[in-house]
Design a protein around this ligand. Structure first.
Ligand code: 0WD
Length: 256
């Protein structure tokens, strides 16, 4: 029996097998969680369905977090099917590609800034609002994915830096508000991993090389390692941890 047996988990942000959310889903399935997935846009629907079937799930829901209607419908479907939820994984981030090249000030626009913050940070609070009623009376947990660029000016991470800083502040405010209801809220700050989202950041290869060269473990991390940490953090093994940002970055943040 795995340490997530009996837990019902919603996983957002599977865009491909390389997605961090895919690594999380595999670890959750291995540890016995029952899974539901969301996908953004019909283009990736069948890919997410295949992934769901491979992990024993048949609950796959459309969810573009810019739509209040889709957030409502997704959680309504979960309520109908499960009646409750124990874990929500938010693994969603976006900024227009042209804002992830050149300098921050040079590339930023009002529209791009707002979009990055809405999709990458506000959406976590929105999922918290929708999940809260379904998490009552359970040892529930919410989790999001962040990056060191929230705290430090990293080359070309640009507008995603302020968006991740906002996301990390959401973790703390949500943890404080939902803690009395037994709901824990945490973030994982992952080192660079080559995924679809990462491919949008110009100079990403340099980030990978820099972390491989200087991180204490002298390598980059994998989605499996992030998945294992996410499984621990959302399980009852981590019952005393909330409002935290946990680094899974081969130690880069202490030296880089
Ligand atoms: O190095 C990395 N890859 C790191 C990623 C290091 C540290 C943190 N992260 C974060 C990202 O910022 C993001 O928050 O991890 C999270 C997941 O990112 P990922 O696994 O690297 O990227 P990807 O596989 O592309 O998944 C992100 C997904 C989107 O994928 P695409 O490539 O189709 O944009 O976020 C989803 C979408 O599936 N997404 C949305 N979902 C719902 N509504 C939306 C939206 N509006 N926009 C993007």
């Amino acid at each position: 029996m795995g340490f997530l047996s009996g837990k019902k988990a919603l996983i957002t942000g599977v865009a491909s097998e390389r997605s961090i959310a895919s690594g999380i889903a595999h670890a959750f399935a291995r540890e016995g969680a029952e899974l539901a997935y969301t996908y953004q846009g019909d283009k990736i629907k069948s890919r997410v369905e295949d992934h769901a079937h491979a992990t024993g799930s048949d609950l796959v829901l459309p969810l573009d977090v810019t739509s209040d209607g889709e957030i409502d419908s997704a959680f309504k479907a979960i309520q109908e099917k499960w009646g409750c939820i124990d874990i929500v994984v938010h693994s969603i981030g976006f900024a227009p590609r042209e804002l992830l090249a050149g300098g921050f000030i040079e590339s930023v626009t009002r529209e791009g800034y707002n979009m990055a913050h809405e999709i990458s940070a506000y959406s976590f609070a929105a999922l918290g609002k929708a999940a809260r009623p379904l998490m009552q009376g359970r040892q529930a947990s919410m989790m999001t994915m962040t990056y060191l660029g929230a705290e430090r000016a990293m080359p070309r991470y640009n507008v995603m830096g302020p968006a991740k800083a906002s996301l990390e502040a959401c973790v703390r405010y949500m943890a404080d508000e939902l803690g009395p209801e037994g709901i824990r809220v945490n973030g994982i700050s992952a080192g660079p991993i080559k995924t679809l989202a990462a491919a949008g950041i110009s100079g990403f290869r340099t980030m990978l090389q820099r972390s491989e060269r200087t991180a204490p473990l002298r390598r980059n991390v994998t989605v499996e390692e992030v998945g294992n940490t996410a499984a621990f953090l959302s399980s009852d093994l981590a019952s005393g941890i909330t409002g935290e940002i946990l680094y899974v970055d081969a130690g880069f943040n202490i030296v880089g």
